[in-house]
Write a protein that binds this ligand. Structure first.
Ligand code: FRU
Length: 446
């Protein structure tokens, strides 16, 4: 059957055939989560950009459908966002059917922004004309949100300005069709990719306090700013923060109209799937819930895997507190699994390092430096109250690791050997207390 290829991730979305990159138009609409994505149906490398389409009722199991948007006379279909027009401000709804509206870039030709909509989540229509003219060559990736206080739609668009300057332009609209320039944010220049490509823009309550909300603006590399927004101008208060510390995680988007009001993100995870005879290439990350937290260093985005992923757990093992010395028996020696979720709470005493070995891949915590190291990628991951709590998701194409109460997210693409399914927890150069350990074998979503 489908989805059984050796490098097919078993709980991450990937296309049946063809290449994918950025997630697009993430929205909940008429009882389904919609995941659109940059898609080449004709090959395993980037090109011929369409918007591919998949739906899910639970954020975990995905069904791929026909592509939603095809290249046309204005260009190929580059990235953008999607929103539900609940009040029918666009006038595109009819017979009580609310439209799901998609904003895309007609790229490589006109570089204009276009609007497409659906009334059933299956058939898509484009407006005959594009809605935002070209600003500079390569302007792209419109993200649209509803701004309740001013009762207007806001579009954020990535624009390269002369001098290779990365900027985000803000526009406003009442009807989704005519857009007026409002303001812009200037990011990095050239190789400094702050505010480069694929903007994402949303509001979050600080520590859940609804009277203290802040706006977050990010570019494709997940570097973000926290600030205020009055419907016209975004004023950063903290800048150049990083919400991911891994490898090849890119162009993440959040789901609009999420029924439980959560802010859930999915990113493109550039996995190494294009080896051998594979007819597909690349995959998405797991869905993660974002929150904004006041920390001693300032406001920070934190993330955790969505609750729904717990439904993938098959066999679970919980180990209670245990003191680990160098060369103590491996508490994970009995575990074998191809896919797994591991949670470990550990309190280092005088140990130099703590290591979780996942199917041969070492996840090492260097205690003195408070640093996580995975396959030569390093991230500062501070202890919280003297403890480190790691959550590790293991699939065929790599690991997603969460540390320091979700402040650190390390997705590491790494093809694990099918025959190597052992796990190990060990400490080096001293002792540590393992306060808790959960090991969950996970099943496939396909
Ligand atoms: C980011 C990106 C976007 C563009 C799309 C094209 O990965 O370069 O800026 O819209 O991919 O596929």
């Amino acid at each position: 059957s489908d989805y059984q290829e050796p490098l097919r991730a078993q709980f991450h979305f990937s296309p049946k055939r063809g290449w994918i990159n950025d997630p697009n138009g993430l929205a909940y609409y008429k009882g389904e989560y919609h995941l659109f994505f940059q898609f080449n149906p004709y090959g395993v490398n980037w090109g011929n950009m369409h918007w591919g389409h998949a739906v899910s009722k639970d954020l975990v199991h995905w069904t791929e459908l026909d592509p939603a948007l095809y290249p046309d006379n204005f260009g190929t279909m580059f990235s953008g966002g999607g929103v539900v027009d609940s009040n029918n401000t666009s006038g595109l709804g009819n017979n009580g059917h609310t439209p799901l509206v998609l904003f895309y870039t007609a790229a490589e030709k006109s570089w204009e922004q276009g609007l497409a909509y659906t009334l059933d989540g299956r058939k898509f229509n484009k407006l005959p004309n594009t809605i935002v003219n070209k600003i500079t060559d390569g302007n792209r990736d419109p993200k649209v949100i509803w701004h309740e206080p001013t009762k207007r739609w806001v579009m954020v668009l990535y624009v390269t300005e002369p001098g290779d300057l990365h900027t985000m332009h803000f526009f406003t609209s009442r009807d989704m069709k005519s857009w007026e320039f409002a303001s812009k944010v200037v990011g990095g220049k050239g190789n400094d990719r702050y505010m480069h490509e694929c903007p994402e823009f949303f509001e979050l309550a600080v520590d859940g306090d609804l009277n203290n909300k802040k706006w977050i603006l990010t570019g494709a590399n997940s570097q973000y700013a926290v600030g205020t927004f009055d419907g016209t101008t975004f004023l950063p208060e903290e800048e150049r923060l990083f919400s991911q510390h891994g490898r090849d995680y890119y162009a993440a988007q959040t789901i609009s109209n999420e029924p439980k009001g959560r802010r859930i993100e999915i990113g493109w995870w550039r996995t190494h799937t294009n080896q051998g005879e594979s007819a597909f290439n690349q995959s998405m990350s797991i869905p993660m819930e974002l929150k904004l937290k006041q920390t001693s260093k300032g406001m920070r985005l934190v993330r955790k895997p969505v609750e729904e992923l717990k439904t993938l757990r098959t066999k679970s093992t919980v180990l209670r507190q245990q003191n680990l010395l160098s060369h103590t028996q491996n508490p994970l020696s009995g575990m074998r699994a191809e896919m797994a979720e591991i949670k470990v709470v550990i309190k280092p005493q005088d140990t130099d390092s703590i290591r979780v070995k996942v199917r041969g891949l070492a996840i090492t915590y260097h205690t003195a430096k408070e640093e996580l190291e995975i396959d030569n990628v390093r991230a500062h991951a501070p202890l919280i109250n003297g403890k480190q709590e790691l959550t590790i998701f293991v699939d065929r194409t790599g690991v997603e690791v969460f540390a320091s109460n979700g402040e650190v997210f390390m997705p590491i693409n790494y093809n694990l050997k099918p025959t190597e399914q052992s796990y190990e927890l060990s400490v080096y150069g001293g002792s540590a207390t393992m306060e808790k350990l959960e090991f969950h074998k996970l099943k496939s979503i396909w």
